[in-house]
Design a binder for this molecule. Structure first.
Ligand code: AMP
Ligand code: MG
Length: 426
């Protein structure tokens, strides 16, 4: 087992160990934000035929060569084609066909003229301008031709991809399975949110934070309840978690007398990969893996033993579990975005471990400023719930001055959603 890795070493180790999960077939309508596990090729020609992009008249450009204000050309409107209709009858010389948006262009016609540009008079129209070949015609296959690559495996199903899948008649699609994450709290002091908290009881809030973080990243959490600080009880809970892709525990991974988490996992066959990260908050983090799952040949779950302090649990989930879950879900972009910001007020720490400082972010006169959310003790969860970002205070540094340029990992991506339009209305 490796000890006391840097954050980057720990992330790299985890990302090397975890793998993209197997594909599953789901209804395209519910595939939003999932990662495609197949290359989608076009099996259709879209649009299936040349069709009109406007309400107007299908015409033969050769009839209109001489059309001008002085000498309008009169055409007979021979028939009408509606959207969804068939265009089998040809437009002959001297004729036009009434046509609507999306309707197939009838044989003989080679352009469409907008209804606003003609003067209708009974079953005739007069046209005072020349019309270019192909005007207002959407060509068959201009959106998709047969065999076109539409979206490749690895792409995220965004709303427009959902629309393309529908256009292709793809009601089901292959996507990467969502990771199932078993979440376990351990500690004799812990209770559920609806229980009284007298006598020093603490709500097992980490399970709720971590489950929400799983959902936010598209994973499926399931809650294993609270294990008491007794090896037998922990073991019973952990056994129930062995079918998961990941097990996320909080508390019990430091060196206290009652910290049995490591022993129980070792007994059940977990191989520890590393313990301890040079990070504050979050030092006593444990990463391990089970070599075999419950079914023969199936991989066992990965273990993320997070610290118990709510801030430490949340910060270590962000740094280590979230990228792993994104990789398992098929994403190649696994990290939160970072921004460069100016520091509002000075910060100090002892040189050594990297600190991730909870900060709020605001834009002022076009510049981004990061401000500490206050008491940074790992017991003060408000520092986390108020935070939009985690400021990287590098291990070697001990002082950051007001105005310094710093890197902030944005953990509340709604920060990028704007209150302002961002452009002037016209
Ligand atoms: P430990 O790692 O067991 O020493 O726990 C560190 C701190 O985190 C203690 O104050 C615990 O009460 C608290 N803690 C442990 N587990 C949870 C949890 N699931 N939810 C909230 N706080 C917890
Ligand atoms: Mg404990």
């Amino acid at each position: 087992m490796q000890r006391n890795l840097t954050v980057a070493q720990a992330q790299d180790t985890i990302l090397e160990a975890v793998f993209r999960l197997a594909p599953e077939t789901v209804e395209s309508a519910s595939a939003l934000s999932r990662v495609l596990a197949e290359d989608v090729r076009s099996t259709r020609i879209l649009p299936p035929a040349d069709c009109s992009a406007m309400d107007g008249y299908a015409v033969r450009t050769e009839d209109l060569r001489t059309a001008s204000n002085a000498e309008p050309v009169r055409l007979q409107v021979a028939f009408e084609v509606a959207a969804g209709g068939e265009a089998t009858v040809a437009v002959e010389a001297g004729q036009a066909a009434r046509i609507f948006t999306g309707a197939p262009v009838p044989p003989g016609a080679d352009a469409v003229i907008m209804q606003e540009h003609v003067k209708a008079d009974g079953d005739h129209i007069s046209i005072r301008r020349e019309v270019a070949l192909g005007d207002h015609i959407r060509r068959a296959g201009e959106d998709l031709a047969l065999g076109d690559s539409v979206v490749e495996a690895g792409a995220v199903v965004r709303p427009a991809v959902a629309g393309l899948l529908a256009s292709l008649g793809r009601t089901v699609v292959s996507v990467v399975r969502r990771p199932r994450v078993a979440i376990l709290s351990s500690g004799d002091e812990l209770v559920e949110p609806d229980a009284p908290i007298d006598g020093g009881r603490i709500v097992a809030s980490n399970s709720y934070t971590l489950a929400a973080m799983c959902r936010e990243v598209g994973a499926e959490p399931y809650y294993l309840g609270i294990a008491q600080d007794r090896p037998e009880d922990l073991e019973a809970h952990v056994r129930a978690a062995l079918v998961a892709d990941c097990i996320v525990t909080s508390a019990g991974v430091s060196v206290g007398d009652h910290d049995h988490v490591k022993d129980v996992f070792a007994k059940l066959g977990c191989e520890f990969v590393f313990w301890g990260v040079r990070l504050k908050p979050g030092h006593p983090m444990l990463f391990g893996r089970f070599p075999g799952g419950p079914a023969p040949g199936s991989p066992g779950p990965f273990l993320f033993g997070l610290p118990g302090n709510p801030v430490s649990a949340a910060v270590t989930f962000e740094q280590f579990v979230r990228p792993a879950l994104r990789k398992m879900s098929g994403h190649d972009r696994v990290f939160r975005p970072t921004v460069s910001a100016r520091l509002r007020a000075p910060l100090t720490k002892r040189a050594g471990r990297m600190n991730l400082v909870r900060v709020s972010l605001e834009v002022e006169d076009g510049e981004l400023w990061a401000t500490s959310t206050g008491n940074q003790s790992s017991g003060v969860f408000r520092s986390m719930s108020d935070a939009q970002g985690l400021l990287v205070f590098p291990g070697a540094e001990s002082e950051l001055a007001a105005g310094d340029e710093v890197t902030v990992q944005v953990i509340d991506e709604s920060f990028f959603v704007s209150r302002d339009r961002g452009f002037e209305g016209i």
